[in-house]
Ligand binder design. Structure first.
Ligand code: ADP
Length: 324
């Protein structure tokens, strides 16, 4: 490999900067040139490509977001744009590409690999919704950010003896909600993986749970709701009507995507970035880096996208026991 390109794609996640910094610095240490590509596949198609210098990687490890910006690019799903992108990469002599993003971005990486560009992807998403890995860049920071916000809402919720429904991110995955639920001592945790779509049933269960815990003398009732279950405001209204307990909903929103990455996100992202470069050096392509059983590993992208994972049932049951 002579020149490695780097892009960040899809939703941003704290730790992406640590990853791209590690990619660049490892490449330089191996005698490889580095080019930055702005705005994901969209920037790639617009030829927003620059020679990355050392300064670009300075003072970014501690920052959230991504210094390369990120974008979604619908047209990149079409073959003609994938061919065009490969041509643009070749015109810059980029013979290795590192893509940092989620499942959608991996599909793009796979398509570029099919166009003859050696490509390695890194799992960057706060949602932890990538099946081949137990760790994704940004999850740890997002959980800590949400937990701190929940702690604050909890204080106020206790003072007013309220019920609080706090909605956290995660798209169709409940990992952020499960972790926040345990870490914040929530009474109830709602995750899409354990929701059958029957909202009246879910609300009746919550109403029962609130009345039961109120009778036990609990001063507040904290419900962590995952984005994939949603409808927090409507739920709050109906719960208040049914229980007579003042109930408020807060949707934490984009604050969960930002902020300085935790040590874990910085360190794991750094190792993953370095590994991506070393995989490219060994001639690998169409790979995605993951972390499993205490080790950094890599998979064929097709295999990785074909994997499935689910919230651990034991963990979910314990979370419920601890909230009682
Ligand atoms: P994430 O990478 O976080 O999952 P998206 O699903 O939005 O985010 O995907 C990011 C980008 O990856 C998309 O905007 C698109 O450019 C590219 N992408 C997604 N799916 C495909 C696909 N099937 N083929 C090619 N590119 C894709």
């Amino acid at each position: 490999v002579q020149t490695i390109g780097i892009l960040t794609s899809g939703g941003d996640a704290p730790g992406m900067n640590a990853a791209l910094r590690a990619v660049a610095r490892t490449a330089w240490a191996r005698g490889i040139d580095v080019k930055g590509i702005y705005r994901g596949y969209s920037g790639l198609l617009n030829d927003e490509i620059f020679d990355m210098q050392k300064e670009f990687t300075c003072d970014i490890i501690s920052r959230g977001g991504t210094a390369l910006f990120t974008a979604r690019c619908e047209e990149f799903k079409q073959l003609e744009y994938q061919e065009k992108a490969a041509e643009i990469l070749r015109s810059h002599n980029i013979d290795g590409l590192v893509v940092i993003g989620g499942d959608g971005s991996f599909r793009g990486a796979q398509k570029l690999s099919a166009q003859g560009i050696n490509t390695v992807a890194l799992p960057g998403t706060i949602d932890l919704d990538i099946a081949c890995t137990e760790y994704t860049i940004g999850f740890d920071t997002a959980v800590n950010t949400a937990m701190q916000a929940i702690d604050k809402i909890r204080d106020s919720s206790t003072s007013h003896e309220r019920c609080s429904i706090i909605e956290v991110m995660g798209r169709n995955a409940g990992y952020i909600a499960l972790w926040c639920g345990i870490a914040s001592g929530a009474e109830d945790i709602l995750i899409p993986e354990r929701f059958d779509g029957n909202r009246p049933k879910l609300e009746n269960e919550l109403i029962e749970s609130i009345l039961e815990k109120k009778a036990l003398g609990k001063k507040h009732h904290l419900i962590i709701n995952a984005e994939g279950v949603g409808h927090s405001y409507g739920m709050a209204k109906r719960i208040e009507q049914a229980t007579g307990v003042e109930t408020r909903a807060s949707i934490l929103g984009h604050m969960q995507r930002g902020g300085n990455p935790t040590a874990k996100d910085r360190v794991y992202a750094s190792y993953m970035g370095a590994l991506a470069v070393d995989l490219l050096c060994s001639g690998a392509t169409n790979r995605v880096v993951g972390y499993r059983n205490g080790q950094y590993i890599d998979y064929d992208i097709e295999d990785a996208l074909g994997m499935a994972k689910d919230v651990d049932q034991y963990e979910f049951e314990i979370a419920q026991i601890l909230g009682r």
